[in-house]
Design a protein around this ligand. Structure first.
Ligand SMILES: Nc1ncnc2c1ncn2[C@@H]1O[C@H](COP(=O)(O)OP(=O)(O)OP(=O)(O)O)[C@@H](O)[C@H]1O
Ligand SMILES: [Mg+2]
Length: 162
């Protein structure tokens, strides 16, 4: 587990971008954290890191936005906050995304906990009580060997020399 603090939306985006540039086929990123924590901000960074030039907006009402243009890998951006039932995920064909040839990122992943594969990267973004309005604590918890290695690579980029 790795904990990183950011003090602005731009900094959170940068961390997402560095992660995005390291992601490979089939990567699943699960984001947790309350309303306005910074999940979409982080997702926009991931998209930049994947080379996506389109504007990435929150899929709040569509459940999923798919990006293919000019990207290194397809990017599937989900926000399952408004999901009514797990059956809705099945209708969406979620397995096609999780196990297919792209990068999938899920906001509010706790809502679909029972569907999440074991191999994934869990990331919590939390406001830190009593500290600055713009401060966030970002906890990265790799599940499985692939993501453990990825976090090591990410840390080498984020904190070289550590
Ligand atoms: N350190 C920070 N990291 C990320 N966002 C920050 C930070 N400081 C302030 N912010 C602000 O917090 C807000 C985060 O909004 P964002 O849409 O990314 O949250 P979210 O977690 O996706 O919310 P939702 O649950 O509604 O999807 C933005 O207005 C952003 O400018
Ligand atoms: Mg969001």
């Amino acid at each position: 587990m790795v904990v990183i603090k950011t003090s602005s939306a731009a900094e959170t985006g940068m961390l997402g971008e560095k992660l995005g540039s390291l992601l490979g086929v089939g990567a699943l990123i699960c984001l947790y954290g309350g309303l306005g924590a910074g999940k979409t901000c982080f997702a926009q960074g991931v998209a930049r890191g994947l080379g996506i030039e389109d504007t990435v907006t929150s899929p709040t009402f569509t459940l999923i936005n798919e990006y293919y243009d000019r990207s290194r890998l397809p990017f599937f951006h989900m926000d399952v906050y408004r999901l009514d039932s797990i059956a809705e995920m099945e209708d969406l064909g979620y397995e096609e995304y999780f196990y297919d040839g792209g990068v999938t990122l899920v906001e509010w992943a706790e809502k679909i906990g029972e569907l999440l594969p074991e191999d994934r990267l869990d990331i919590s973004i939390d406001r830190t009580a009593g500290e600055g309005e713009d401060l966030r604590q970002i906890t990265l918890l790799p599940r499985g060997e692939k993501f453990q290695l990825l976090i090591k690579e990410l840390m080498a980029v984020v904190c070289p020399g550590d």
